[in-house]
Write a protein that binds this ligand. Structure first.
Ligand code: FE2
Length: 304
């Protein structure tokens, strides 16, 4: 393992939790390490030996959905969980979701709603903006100063862009990591956009943001889990791919069940999962919070 050209302070800022290894912007367990060079940060990093990684994204303060997904992950053989952003926003339990992600995930990306609650809402509609300010207020309500400080520190360390092995990880798109959407219809309607996006992808890319699960190829084309045998994508090694595991807390593909995926780097597959959870309980919470418009509950029922 070796890191050059980065100060201890910089490295500490890049680490995810205080008790994790402070010396690597991409979380790596030291015992499974190879050296590679990370060109953007100009530091040498350890390359991770392939593992089974659960991909969760767009939790959006939906604690009931997150708990069901984590329970399902616990029943499978998974080495780690990573979060592709938007822990916050829309949902009624942002604080509990931050704490659970910090406890269970190796690291998380910064989504546009995390950014909105932490810094400022950007290009949000009125309902989303109001939800962002309400979310920030929930974080600020914490009376335990130590807990509050730790939570702000965790949120402040959310990664805009990171990578491991052949996988670039961003919330939105590889060229605009926080805010750009890659919609399934872009594969048909926007070939130039897709070509430009894939120019930023070394081999594979993991994204969230649209709340629609599936895989983009550089043909370009899009394959939903229902288009795949056993809802499992196989990486052939030919061409590039962008993978979206869908949304844990606010699916938008007209299937209201919670969505996540497991990446298996040994088998070179991504398997997509859908899980039912207690939507009514979440809807009731949303209806009871004046700052969260009822539509945010209704859309959970409809899956859009
Ligand atoms: Fe989102």
């Amino acid at each position: 393992m070796g890191i050059t050209g980065a100060s201890p302070l910089r490295l500490d800022i890049l680490s995810w939790q205080p008790n994790r290894r402070p010396d690597c912007p991409d979380h790596v367990d030291g015992h499974r390490a190879l050296q590679v060079r990370f060109p953007v940060l100009q530091v040498e990093l350890e390359q991770e030996i392939p593992v089974r990684t659960a991909l969760v994204s767009d939790i959006h303060g939906n604690l009931e959905a997150l708990n069901v997904v984590l329970d399902d992950i616990d029943r499978r053989t998974v080495d780690r969980i990573i979060s592709l952003g938007d822990i916050l926003g829309y949902g009624p339990d942002p604080v509990a979701c931050v704490d659970l992600v910090a406890e269970r995930c190796d690291w998380s990306l910064m989504g546009n709603h995390d950014y909105g609650a932490l810094y400022e809402p950007t290009n949000f509609n009125a309902a989303a903006e109001q939800a962002a300010y309400w979310t920030r207020a929930q974080l600020e309500l914490e009376e335990d100063e130590t807990a509050a400080a730790q939570r702000w520190e965790i949120l402040g360390r959310l990664r805009v862009r990171t990578s491991f092995n052949d996988f670039l990880c961003v919330h939105g798109s590889p060229r605009r990591p926080i805010n750009e959407y890659i919609f399934p219809e872009d594969a048909i309607n926007s070939p130039v956009k897709m070509k430009q996006l894939f120019e930023h992808v070394p081999q594979y890319c993991l994204v969230g943001h649209t709340h629609v699960p599936g895989v983009f190829t550089d043909e370009p084309d899009f394959y939903g889990p229902e288009d795949m045998d056993d809802r499992t994508w196989k990486f052939t090694g030919e061409g590039k791919c962008i993978v979206n595991p869908g949304s844990v807390g606010q699916p938008r593909d007209l299937d209201p069940r919670s969505s996540y995926a497991i990446l298996d780097e040994d088998a070179k597959t991504v398997e997509f999962f859908r899980l039912e959870y207690d939507i009514d309980a979440v809807v009731k919470k949303i209806y009871a919070i004046p700052e969260l418009t009822n539509w945010l509950g209704d859309r959970l029922i409809e899956g859009r």
